[in-house]
Ligand binder design. Structure first.
Ligand code: GLY
Ligand code: MN
Ligand code: MN
Length: 445
């Protein structure tokens, strides 16, 4: 396939080099060194968290197994990467990326961290470094370490994925869809949150350290915590489940959420169906030229209509939205860019020169404000939650007396709903990568 083969990687790396050349020129640098970062230890310990490479470096080659790695590049030159191959009988030295990356990048190998610098090419001129400062303590105070103008110029074009990157996100999606299908059947069988986590990882074939973010597996009330971080082992969810779990492939992430109700919860199931329709209506509107803040507002308008239609708030949808009630049920952004990071960078940049977009006053924290363009991969993830602290605010709100509190009290036990798909913006609309993968899995049986 064109987008997964060596041609696609060659094209990806050619695009990267064009972007890097423009970014270096705009920020006044002649060459650049990217650092993967180093492994860290917990306080007073010789153990540490799983290593995560600098995403800027991971865009050139898969670097998850290569703490300490560096890549040097200068316009017109072949990129050179230096990898550590420590001779060690405690841990297996990591496999180098190999083919096809070695057709495009020269890999050099050293035995010790302090040999890395001298193995890098010595190019003349101003050299910028991009990476975690801990990797270069001597350069920590240097203006050439992570210069903001260079970072902005690199982050802005990263929103547009190459064909090769889209293929990686598709791989990550396929793995996560296998995991989600396993979770759905484990939920139906009465599994606990912990058992569903294991079901996800087993079907997705990813370790916890490989997942792009800790899987959120929230039964009942736990779904009212947006990033619920525990895995109950002692009891199966009685009524409902929210599972927000993605996978990664060669450093690229998927980020998918589904919500479920038991047959004994028809009222909550109807709300899930309503939110699903709303989410699909929003997905249909994803197209180039659309400012994302406008779609976020459209989500609030549709949610206001759902709350009115369901009789949860006995007021016109316009008033429900205008007085901020929908923000008490849906307190996060509609979506974000997705790629090397789950919350990929650059969503608030107006241009490569670092100007920022101003968020709407009522939605000050949106991660994504840009006008959508072909090649963007983003999430669409509306939610509807029954969060105690926000319900207390709602009680004091001018529309508080118009809320059907007895129904809210019942629904509160189910926590909340989120439905999240990943979309690729095309020339005239979008492809829903998540639905595409679920459909293919359903067809395969
Ligand atoms: N899984 C984190 C998010 O949806 O943004
Ligand atoms: Mn997300
Ligand atoms: Mn998510």
């Amino acid at each position: 396939m064109r987008e997964t083969g060596d041609d696609a990687l060659a094209q990806h790396l050619a695009t990267l080099q064009e972007r890097y050349a423009a970014a270096l020129a705009a920020s006044g640098y002649d060459a650049l060194i990217l650092g993967a970062g180093c492994e860290e230890h917990y306080f007073l310990d010789d153990q540490g968290p799983p290593f995560r490479p600098n995403p800027c470096l991971a865009q050139w080659f898969p670097a998850a197994a290569h703490p300490g790695a560096c890549l040097a590049w200068r316009p017109g030159e072949h990129p050179v990467a230096v990898l550590l191959q420590i001779e060690d009988y405690w841990r297996l030295p990591p496999e180098p990326p190999g083919t096809p990356w070695d057709r495009h990048i020269e890999f050099r190998f050293v035995r010790e961290p302090d040999e890395i610098e001298s193995a890098l090419p010595a190019w003349p001129g101003r050299v910028a470094r991009v990476g975690p400062p801990g990797q270069w303590p001597d350069a920590a105070a240097s203006a050439d370490l992570n210069p903001p103008a260079l970072l902005d110029a690199l982050h802005y074009p990263r929103a547009v994925k190459t064909d090769w990157e889209v293929a990686r996100i598709r791989d990550a999606t396929r793995a996560a869809v296998a995991g989600h299908r396993a979770v759905a059947s484990a939920f139906a069988d009465g599994a606990s949150e912990f058992e569903m986590l294991l079901a996800f990882q087993s079907a997705a074939r990813q370790t916890a350290a490989e997942l792009p973010y800790p899987a959120i597996i929230a039964g009942d009330r736990n779904a009212a915590t947006l990033h619920y971080q525990h895995y109950r082992r002692d009891a199966a969810p009685a009524r409902s489940l929210l599972v927000d779990a993605g996978c990664q492939s060669l450093g690229y992430a998927s980020d998918i959420t589904r919500s479920y109700a038991r047959p004994a919860e028809p009222e909550f199931a109807r709300l899930i169906a309503g939110l699903e329709r709303l989410q699909q209506a929003l997905c249909k509107r994803v197209a180039p030229g659309l400012p994302f803040a406008r779609l976020h507002h459209a989500a609030h308008v549709l949610l206001g209509q759902l709350l009115e239609r369901e009789g949860l708030v006995r007021a016109p949808a316009e008033a429900i939205v205008a007085t901020g009630v929908t923000r008490l049920f849906f307190p996060h952004g509609l979506g974000h860019l997705l790629g090397l990071q789950v919350h990929d960078v650059g969503g608030q940049l107006a241009s490569a020169d670092g100007r920022r977009l101003k968020p709407p006053e009522v939605y000050p924290k949106l991660r994504l404000l840009r006008e959508l363009a072909p090649g963007f991969v983003l999430t669409i993830e509306p939610g509807l939650y029954f969060i105690d602290s926000l319900l207390r605010e709602l009680r004091r709100h001018e529309l508080g007396p118009r809320v059907d509190w007895s129904r809210i009290e019942r629904l509160r036990d189910c926590g909340g709903i989120r439905i999240e798909d990943n979309l690729l913006v095309t020339g005239d609309g979008a492809i829903n990568l998540t639905r595409e993968a679920f459909a293919a899995a359903d067809e395969a049986g």
